[in-house]
Design a protein around this ligand. Structure first.
Ligand code: NOJ
Length: 758
C-alpha cells in the first residue's frame, strides 16, 4: 500500500519500542515522527496542511463554499475540513485523505460546537450566569463527547471575548463582561473539551477565539474596528486567552477585527510577539472565515497574494476557507517573500495536533457509527443540560414572593415563546434538532403540573405588528389566577452578525404585556434572549421576572423546575443590564473619571452624567435573587495590612434567613485607590457558590494574595503596587459591605518579560 501505511507503522513502532511513559519521551517520539514525515513531504503537501475548507454541510458563516474542495483534497492540498458532521460522512472524506493522497495524512474535522452538539445546553452567556465552573466543564465535556461521536475532533470554542456591549450579538457566545470570571470559565471550558488526553476518542482539541479584542467592536456592530490602548488590551481582553492556553488549549482563532490599525489576522504583535514569544504557544493558529482575504477590504493588503504573505509572515498557520495559502504560498516562497521554514513550521504545528488527537494511529477513530447512535442525546446528557439550564437562570424580580407558583392556582401561559421548541436552543446550536427534541415551557409546565391547571394563548409573534391575538390572550389571563408570560428574541437576533440597536422586547410584545397587566392578575415574565435587554417597564410592572436566556434542549423542563420551586434559582448576571442603549457600554468595572458624578451633591453640575438617565444600570453585574433571603454580616479582615508573605484572610457571615434552602454566589471585589495607571472602581477577585439550608448560616472565607492585586502598568509590566485598597463582599457588584486594607510592598513579575509598546 502507500506511504500512509508506512507512516502508521512507523508511529506504532515508536509506541511499541519506546513505551511512551512520560510527556518528555512522548514529545520526543512525536517530534521524531513528525520530522520524519515532514522530510518526506513536498512543499505542496506542506502547504496542504495549512489549508482548511468548509464542506458546506452546515452553517456557512461567510461568502464562499468552494465547489472544488474535494478535488483539492484528493491532491493532498487540504489539511482540514470544517462543517462536516456525521460518522459516515466524515469517514468518507477521511478516506479520500488517507487512501487517495500520496502520504495519506489524515484530516482534522472542525465544527462550531458552542453550547452542545445534539444535546444543547444554554447559550454560553447563560451558562456563565451559573458561576459554576464544574458544571460548565461538564457541559463542555458532554459537547465534546457528542461531537466526537459524530466525526468532529476540533471545536471552535471557547469564545472568550470580554463583552461589554449588548448591541453586539456575539455576547451570547461568551462569558460576559468580567476578566476574572471570564478567565476561569475559559479554562474550565477548555478542560471540559480536551479532558485528560486529546487522544481519547471522546475528547476534542479546543480552539479559543477570537484573538483578539473582538468583543470591543465599535458600536456593537459585528466585524467592526477596534481601537484600544495596549494597557486595556492586556488588562481586560488578553487574560481569558492566556487562561485558555494555560489550561492547554491546542489551537487559537484570529478575529475579524483590525486592532489599532492592523487586522488581527495579519498582526505580528498578537501572533508572534505575544502568542509565540511571550506565551510560548506551540499549538496552531487558524484564521476566522476568510479573514486573510478580508485584509483587502480592510485596506491592509493589495490583493489575495499580498494577504497570504502578510498572514504567513505574521504567524497564521492555517487559512480557513480563504484559499489564499493554497493559491499563493508556493509563489511567495519562490519570490522570497515568505520563508519555506515558516510554512514547514505551520505544517508541523498542524501535524502535531493531529498526532496528539491520535489520528495517525487511527484516522477513523472519531468516525464511529455505533457511538453516533449510543452517545448522543442520552438521558444522562439531557439531565445535565436540564441542570445546567436551571443553574443559568437569573431571578431578576420577585415581589411579594410571587414565585414559586402556588399550588391549586390556575395558570395562564402566554407569549410567542411559550410553546416554542425552535428558538429555545439559541444561536449556534450545532446539530441540535430544533423541531422535535426540545422541551417547550408549555410541555415542561404540563409535565410538572398537569394540563388541567394550564391554559395557553400565543398572544403575538416575536416580531410583527400583529395584535390580533391580544383579545384571546387577555381572555385566557382573565380566567386564570396567575399569568406566566414567555417572551424574548428570535435565536438569530444574537450570535454572529446579529447586532441590534434597540434592546427592548421586539415587535408588540411589550404592548401585550401592558394589556395583560391591565387584567390585574399577578404576572411573571420569563425571558428568552441572547443579550441583556432594556426592560425598564417590565422591571416596574411585572411581579416577577426570570431571565432564562436561551436555555437549550431541556429549557422548558428547567424553566418549569424554577417556576414551580423544584429548583431555587441561584444564577447571577455576568453582564450589566443597561437602562437604555445610550448608556452602552455600561459595565461594573469601569474607571472613575476625574469628575465622578455624585447624585448626593447637587452642586456638582459638572459630574460625569447624562441629562436624561442616571448612570446606574437597570441590573448590575453579579445580581440575581433567590426564593430565599441571604444576608451578610460581620465582615472581618485578618489584618489591615497585607504583604507578600501575609495574605489577607477575609471572613463574612452568610445567613439564609428565608424559607427555602438555596445557593448564594458570594462575591469579593477590590478597589485599588491609587495606581500608576488608573484602576477600575471595582474588580471581582473571588467568589464562592454556597448552599445553605433555610435558617442556616455559614462563615465564608476568602484569601487574597498580592498576586490578586496585579495589573499591567503603563509599560506592560505585570505588577502590584503599595497603596490603599477598598474591599467589598456581597451578593452583587453593587454591594456596599466594605473594609479597607493597605498593601505595603511592590512586586514586578520577572516572567513574563515586558513587551515594548510598538
Ligand atoms: C465565523 C465565526 O466568527 C467563528 O466564530 C466561527 O468559528 C467560524 N465562522 C467558523 O464557522
Amino acid at each position: 500500500m502507500k506511504l500512509n501505511w508506512i507512516t502508521s507503522l512507523t508511529f506504532l513502532c515508536f509506541i511499541l519500542f519506546t513505551g511512551c511513559t512520560n510527556t518528555t519521551s512522548e514529545n520526543a517520539e512525536m517530534d521524531k515522527f513528525i520530522n520524519d514525515l515532514l522530510d518526506r513531504m513536498t512543499l505542496e503537501e506542506k502547504i496542504g496542511q495549512t489549508v482548511l475548507y468548509t464542506s458546506g454541510y452546515d452553517v456557512i458563516t461567510g461568502p464562499t463554499v468552494d465547489p472544488d474542495y474535494k478535488e483539492y483534497l484528493k491532491k493532498g492540498m487540504v489539511g482540514g475540513i470544517f462543517n462536516a458532521v456525521g460518522a459516515d460522512y466524515t469517514r468518507s472524506l477521511q478516506k479520500i485523505a488517507v487512501e487517495e493522497t500520496r502520504l495519506g495524512i489524515p484530516l482534522i474535522f472542525g465544527y462550531d460546537v458552542i453550547h452542545g452538539q445534539r444535546t444543547i445546553f444554554p447559550i454560553p452567556l447563560g451558562e456563565s450566569c451559573s458561576w459554576d465552573l464544574e458544571a460548565m466543564e461538564r457541559s463542555a465535556k458532554i459537547a465534546a463527547s457528542e461531537a466526537t461521536a459524530e466525526g468532529v475532533n476540533w471545536i471552535y470554542a471557547p469564545m472568550v471575548d470580554i463583552s461589554r456591549d449588548p448591541r453586539w450579538g456575539r455576547v451570547a457566545e461568551g462569558a460576559g463582561e468580567d476578566v476574572y470570571l471570564g478567565s476561569l470559565i475559559a479554562a474550565a471550558r477548555v478542560k471540559g473539551f480536551q479532558g485528560n488526553s486529546l487522544s481519547d476518542n471522546n475528547t476534542v482539541v479546543a480552539c479559543v477565539k477570537h484573538y483578539a479584542a473582538y468583543g470591543a467592536t465599535m458600536a456593537g456592530r459585528d466585524y467592526n474596528t477596534v481601537d484600544m490602548s495596549l494597557n486595556e488590551l492586556w488588562n481586560t481582553y488578553l487574560p481569558p486567552f492566556k487562561a485558555s492556553l494555560d489550561a492547554g488549549c491546542g489551537t487559537i482563532m484570529t478575529s475579524f477585527n483590525d486592532l489599532n490599525g492592523i487586522p488581527a489576522t495579519g498582526n505580528k504583535y498578537l501572533l508572534k510577539d505575544i502568542l509565540r514569544e511571550k506565551w510560548n504557544f506551540n499549538g496552531f493558529v487558524v484564521t476566522d472565515y476568510t479573514s486573510i482575504n478580508e485584509m483587502i477590504p480592510h485596506g491592509y493588503a493589495r490583493d489575495e497574494k499580498h494577504s497570504a504573505e502578510i498572514a504567513m509572515n505574521a504567524g497564521v498557520d492555517m487559512d480557513m476557507q480563504g484559499g489564499v495559502y493554497m493559491n499563493h504560498l508556493k509563489t511567495l516562497i519562490e519570490e522570497g517573500k515568505v520563508s519555506e521554514k515558516d510554512v514547514t513550521d505551520a505544517a508541523r504545528a498542524v501535524l502535531k495536533i493531529k498526532y496528539k488527537l491520535g489520528l495517525f494511529e487511527d484516522p477513523y477513530k472519531y468516525c464511529d457509527a455505533k457511538r453516533e447512535k449510543t452517545d448522543i442525546l442520552t438521558a444522562e446528557n439531557k439531565e445535565a443540560a436540564r441542570d445546567m439550564a436551571r443553574k443559568s437562570m437569573v431571578l431578576l424580580k420577585n415581589d411579594k414572593q410571587t414565585l414559586p407558583l402556588k399550588e391549586d392556582k390556575r395558570i395562564a401561559l402566554i407569549g410567542p415563546l411559550a410553546k416554542d421548541q425552535y428558538e429555545i436552543l439559541g444561536c449556534w446550536s450545532a446539530m441540535g434538532d430544533r423541531d422535535t427534541v426540545p422541551v417547550s415551557v408549555y410541555e415542561g409546565l404540563v409535565d410538572a403540573l398537569g394540563d388541567n391547571r394550564i391554559s395557553y394563548a400565543k398572544g403575538c409573534d416575536i416580531q410583527s405588528d400583529d395584535t390580533s391575538g391580544f383579545d384571546e390572550a387577555v381572555r385566557v389571563a382573565s380566567n386564570a389566577d396567575f399569568v406566566v408570560m414567555v417572551m424574548g428574541e428570535f435565536h438569530n437576533m444574537s450570535g454572529e452578525n446579529n447586532s441590534r440597536t434597540n434592546l427592548s422586547l421586539p415587535g408588540v410584545q411589550l404592548d401585550l404585556l401592558k394589556a395583560i397587566k391591565k387584567t390585574g392578575k399577578p404576572v411573571a415574565l420569563v425571558l428568552m434572549n441572547g443579550r441583556p435587554l432594556t426592560i425598564n417597564w417590565e422591571k416596574e410592572n411585572m411581579d416577577a421576572i426570570l431571565e432564562a436566556w436561551f436555555p437549550g434542549t431541556m429549557g422548558g423542563a428547567a424553566i418549569a423546575d424554577v417556576l414551580t420551586g423544584k429548583y431555587n434559582p441561584s444564577g447571577k448576571l455576568t453582564m450589566t443590564f443597561p437602562q437604555n442603549v445610550g448608556q452602552i457600554p455600561l459595565f461594573y468595572n469601569h474607571k472613575n473619571t476625574g469628575r465622578p458624578f455624585d447624585p448626593n451633591d447637587p452642586q456638582f453640575a459638572y459630574g460625569s452624567k447624562y441629562w436624561d438617565v442616571s448612570n446606574e444600570p437597570l441590573y448590575p453585574f453579579g445580581y440575581g435573587l433567590s426564593y430565599t433571603t441571604f444576608t451578610y454580616s460581620d465582615l472581618t479582615l485578618s489584618s489591615k495590612e497585607m504583604t507578600k508573605d501575609n495574605p489577607l484572610k477575609i471572613n463574612i457571615k452568610l445567613v439564609n434567613g428565608g424559607k427555602y434552602d438555596g445557593e448564594e454566589i458570594v462575591q469579593l471585589y477590590i478597589r485599588d485607590l491609587v495606581g500608576s495607571v488608573t484602576r477600575p472602581v471595582k474588580e471581582l477577585k473571588g467568589f464562592k457558590k454556597v448552599f445553605l439550608k433555610a435558617g442556616d448560616s455559614e462563615n465564608i472565607e476568602f484569601i487574597l494574595t498580592v498576586d490578586d492585586l496585579r495589573f499591567y502598568d503603563a509599560d506592560l509590566n505585570y505588577i502590584y503596587e503599595p497603596g490603599d485598597f477598598h474591599l467589598f463582599v456581597g451578593g452583587n457588584s453593587d454591594t456596599k459591605i466594605k473594609a479597607d486594607f493597605t498593601l505595603n510592598e511592590s512586586g514586578r513579575s520577572e516572567k513574563p518579560k515586558p513587551i515594548k509598546i510598538k
